[in-house]
Design a protein around this ligand. Structure first.
Ligand SMILES: C[S@@+](CC[C@H](N)C(=O)[O-])C[C@H]1O[C@@H](n2cnc3c(N)ncnc32)[C@H](O)[C@@H]1O
Length: 274
């Protein structure tokens, strides 16, 4: 099996084992989730049909279906889709979820051109495409299925934030001596084996270039955690001090688009129009 296919298999196996963990990820990573919702609210049209590509167990699908959007959920991990189906039913939003599709963002040929009023690919599915050519293909597919002027939201994992974590957090420091580390700094590819599954850590400029190739309009890149990227106890404690947290949160939101804040963010998001 070629390397990319092998890594894809490992990624699917990882998410098959981690369905509940993935569903709960937004509690642990609440800053990423809240920032993403804040940006969706700002840039989504008021109504319409949305593709949630790589939507996993359906956190955004359910939230947006509750808000009245029509959604198609797509993911490559069947266990996530089975879980999503039960949650969608439990939340009573099945009328707004028009389809649940097992598929990959590299090949959206099940959808015709210009089908969707908005396209989402959130929380890193593009980082799990371990081949540079296929990442380009995936972005071109996300654009192909969007209507003209539809917003496209794609968030990925950051290479710099991963390197920061490895150097700062004692839990990960031993990985500085792991065989993969030097290459990861150079090319962003991590093939798994040390806790997390395979992913590509993006640099901002490389991410931006993928959208420029599609002639994306109004391209903007925002941090999704920014300087809260290492969410230790200190951030949790600050969140409990309402007045101080309000100031910190407003400050953080005002700096979301600064390239230095984007760079250290665990995840960053590109928002553009077709
Ligand atoms: C970290 S989860 C994000 C889930 C969801 N979008 C969110 O933000 O909560 C990554 C998801 O990407 C999916 N995935 C990985 N590679 C993919 C691919 N090539 N095409 C579609 N989905 C993929 C995984 O199955 C997993 O559900």
């Amino acid at each position: 099996m070629e390397k990319h296919a092998q890594l894809h298999k490992l990624i699917v196996e990882n998410y098959t084992r981690a369905v509940r963990k993935e569903w709960k990820r937004h509690e642990k990573h609440d800053i990423e989730y809240k920032t993403t919702l804040y940006l969706l609210q700002r840039y989504l049209p008021k109504t319409g049909l949305i593709l949630d590509a790589g939507g996993g167990p359906g956190r955004y699908t359910i939230e947006l279906a509750k808000r009245g959007y029509k959604i198609i959920l797509l993911d490559t991990t069947q266990a996530n889709l089975n879980f999503a189906k039960r949650r969608i039913h439990r939340k009573g939003v099945e009328n707004n979820v028009l389809d649940i599709v097992n598929g990959r963002i590299e090949d959206l040929s099940m959808f015709e051109d210009k089908k969707f009023d908005a396209v989402l690919c959130l929380g890193g599915p593009l980082s799990h495409v371990m081949d540079a050519k296929l990442r380009k293909k995936a972005v071109s597919e996300l654009f192909r299925v969007a209507k003209d002027n539809a917003p496209i939201f794609v968030s990925v994992m950051s290479r710099i934030a991963s390197i920061c974590r490895l150097t700062i957090d004692p839990k990960f420091q031993r990985e500085l001596a792991a065989p993969y580390f030097k290459n990861f700094v150079l090319n962003g590819d991590y093939e798994g084996g040390y806790g997390f599954t395979a992913f590509h850590g993006f640099l901002q400029e490389e991410f931006r270039a993928l959208f420029q190739k599609q002639r994306a309009k109004n391209l903007r890149i925002f941090a999704l955690e920014g300087f809260f990227y290492i969410r230790g106890k200190s951030t949790e404690q600050l969140q409990k001090k309402k007045k101080l947290w309000d100031i910190a949160w407003k400050t953080y939101l005002s700096l979301l688009e600064r390239p230095d804040v984007v760079g250290v963010s665990d995840h960053f998001i590109a928002i553009s129009k077709k």
